[in-house]
Design a protein around this ligand. Structure first.
Ligand code: ATP
Ligand code: MG
Length: 425
């Protein structure tokens, strides 16, 4: 038996209902907040991520699926969407039409990680990114928009964590202070010992117990923010207060990507064990410039779609979308042809149909009708052919009636409407 690769999985029809529902809701909410969809390629030149995300990040150092094309150029299956969005913004000079762009995109990402619950090698993200706006009100608005989605999905008990990572200027100063604090620490994990030189900030959110203990007394970034960054952060908090968003400040939250500046945030749950982050985001005022574009502020977030599904699939009763409104049963060649035609016509009219192709007995097909949970059965045999009627059985009430063939669609629409289905007659 050939199986899918480790960390790559199929999402089967019973699960896709919930994926579609979330996707539809996210699009609706994001569009109400002024966002438009962008669709991006899955394969990019490696430099998009190496330059965009940062050479010393976990993603670029060890998580990317990269390979060479026939000319030896390195290409990478995208591990995230933000760098690609910035690449597209620059490539299409989207700024010349309007420097302010609010974009969202939904799709698969690829990271070479150790697969476990809530962590896959192909996983899905819902991304929203805004380019060209530097206001802290926007930072708050993105968090408001995220909360709106989670609330509409009926998720409570989420923690919103925020922090400020400063700008180029104050981050440099803080890095020096942090480095001199780290210099005297020798019991750090292997990763952090390397990061000491290359990327000290990342040590702050190491999950290793020993590192966490050792960093208990590390200097706090909030004490080193420059005046502009301090103001931006306090404005963000004010706007969150206006919307009564509950949040916690965690000066350890640095997030895995180098491009963040100022605002960083994460939405966490305690329902997924170690994989606690459902969404994460932040401001990246240097990214577009880093990739060769004009100086452009940016901010965005990514929702872990797989983790979101895991949290809510236990809570939401997935309505059985697959059960047909009407199941066509027919006996004999002529009746089968008629059923074929009427059934197609009904599908085109917006009614969910199921057509029986086999020659099984009435008894066997009634069993099937129950199994697939059909609302009605349309039966066509000799008798119905002769009289140009359809025998229609209401499976809930067990009633059977005869309906004129030409009235069938209208009859079904009215009936489905009466039972609360939304069809327009
Ligand atoms: P984590 O700390 O869990 O590795 P991250 O900081 O690497 O997360 P981001 O790059 O910020 O994650 O991606 C945003 C969201 O995407 C995460 O909050 C998480 O919900 C989801 N995510 C990240 N990596 C994976 C993965 N390998 N499998 C499933 N979901 C993931
Ligand atoms: Mg990660």
């Amino acid at each position: 038996m050939i199986q899918a690769l480790r960390g790559f999985r199929d999402i089967l029809p019973d699960e896709t209902d919930i994926w579609q529902k979330i996707e539809k809701l996210a699009k609706e909410i994001f569009e109400n907040f002024g966002f438009r969809e962008i669709r991006l390629p899955i394969l990019e030149k490696t430099e998009v991520f190496a330059r965009g995300i940062g050479d010393t990040t976990d993603i670029v150092e060890k998580e990317m699926f990269s390979f060479q094309d026939s000319k030896g150029r390195s290409q990478t299956m995208r591990p995230e969407a933000t760098a690609s969005i910035a690449r597209a913004y620059i490539q299409h000079k989207m700024y010349s039409r309007s420097p302010e762009q609010k974009l969202y995109t939904i799709g698969p990402m690829f990271r070479k990680e150790r697969p476990q619950k809530g962590r896959y090698r192909q996983f899905y993200q819902i991304n929203a990114e805004v380019l060209g706006i530097d206001s802290p009100a926007l930072d708050a608005q993105l968090i408001v928009m995220l909360q709106e989605l989670f609330t509409k999905l009926g998720i409570k008990n989420l923690n919103t964590i925020i922090n400020s990572l400063g700008c180029k200027k104050c981050r440099k100063e803080y890095n020096l202070v942090l480095s001199s604090f780290l210099k005297d620490l020798d019991s750090l994990c292997g990763d952090c010992t390397r990061r000491k030189e290359k990327n000290p900030l990342r040590i702050l959110d190491c999950k290793n117990e020993l590192c966490r203990e050792n960093l208990g007394n590390a200097p706090l970034f909030e004490n080193y923010l420059c005046d502009d960054c301090k103001t931006h952060f306090s404005n963000l908090k004010e706007f969150l207060d206006i919307e009564k968003i509950n949040y916690k400040i965690d000066s350890r939250l640095v997030r895995g990507l180098d491009y963040y500046t100022r605002t960083a945030f994460e939405i966490q749950t305690d329902e997924l064990g170690a994989q606690s982050a459902v969404a994460g985001g932040g401001r990246y005022n240097g990214l577009v410039e880093n990739l060769g574009g004009p100086e452009t502020p940016g901010i965005g977030f990514a929702i872990g779609f797989d983790r979101l599904v895991e949290i809510i699939s236990s809570k939401i009763k997935s309505e059985n979308k697959s059960s047909p409104d009407i199941f066509f049963i027919s006996f004999g060649k002529k009746a089968k042809t008629k059923a074929f035609k009427i059934c197609n016509e009904m599908s085109r009219a917006g009614i969910k149909t199921e057509l029986e192709f086999s020659e099984k007995s009435m008894k066997a097909l009634m069993k099937k009708a129950n199994r697939i949970n059909a609302k009605f059965c349309a039966i066509i045999g000799e008798n119905e052919l002769e009289k140009n009627i359809i025998s229609l059985k209401d499976m809930d009430q067990g009633k059977q009636m005869e309906v004129n063939e030409k009235d069938l669609i209208l009859y079904m629409k009215q009936n489905l409407k009466a039972t609360g289905e939304s069809y327009s007659v």
